[in-house]
Design a protein around this ligand. Structure first.
Ligand code: C2E
Ligand code: C2E
Ligand code: C2E
Length: 87
């Protein structure tokens, strides 16, 4: 089906992000806040981000993109459907 072939979306749960200890969530929280500010998108419970943004975040966290994605899924901050979106 068309839906099965659609690119996997990266969706950050901003509510859960606010519950993760700041020493872990800090860089992602600041990055998400910057994207919200650039878009003027302040009222969402979730934030869809670019694939490129996860790659950038992986550099910041000094991890492979797939490893960071697993960590964020483990925190409940990234949708599990995003697994495999990044190689
Ligand atoms: P930009 O990259 O030059 O994008 C200009 C406008 O094109 C965006 O305005 C948005 O209306 C649209 N646009 C660009 N890429 C996409 C996309 O993948 N999906 C959708 N739905 N629209 C897209 P907007 O949203 O006001 O963003 C203004 C600027 O803020 C962007 O300029 C970009 O520099 C930055 N920005 C916003 N969101 C993101 C993001 O998720 N990641 C990054 N890296 N930058 C972002
Ligand atoms: P979706 O991508 O599955 O998003 C479902 C709902 O999650 C959205 O409902 C919205 O309430 C929330 N959401 C997802 N990403 C963001 C985000 O970055 N910021 C905020 N504030 N909320 C977000 P909504 O807005 O009624 O959109 C329903 C559907 O319409 C979306 O499903 C998507 O398929 C489409 N859509 C909405 N905006 C865009 C867009 O800018 N680009 C594209 N390509 N599709 C869009
Ligand atoms: P989306 O809006 O459904 O866009 C899906 C994909 O289409 C994007 O994946 C990107 O590869 C491509 N795309 C859409 N609009 C543009 C555009 O104006 N310019 C370019 N060069 N490509 C575009 P990507 O980048 O992984 O983004 C995933 C989702 O993140 C987007 O889904 C949208 O919900 C959100 N997003 C990304 N950048 C922006 C932005 O600048 N502004 C807003 N409002 N949302 C963005």
């Amino acid at each position: 089906s068309v839906a099965a072939e659609a690119p996997k979306r990266l969706v950050i749960d901003l509510e859960r992000l606010g519950q993760v200890p700041a020493e872990k969530a800090g860089p992602l929280a600041r990055y998400a806040a910057a994207i919200q500010a650039q878009r003027g998108d302040y009222n969402g419970r979730v934030l869809s981000i670019r694939q490129d943004d996860l790659r950038t975040l992986a550099v910041i966290y000094d991890e492979a993109p797939s490893q960071l994605a697993e960590q964020l899924i483990g925190w409940g901050v990234l949708n599990p459907e995003a697994r495999g979106a990044i190689d």
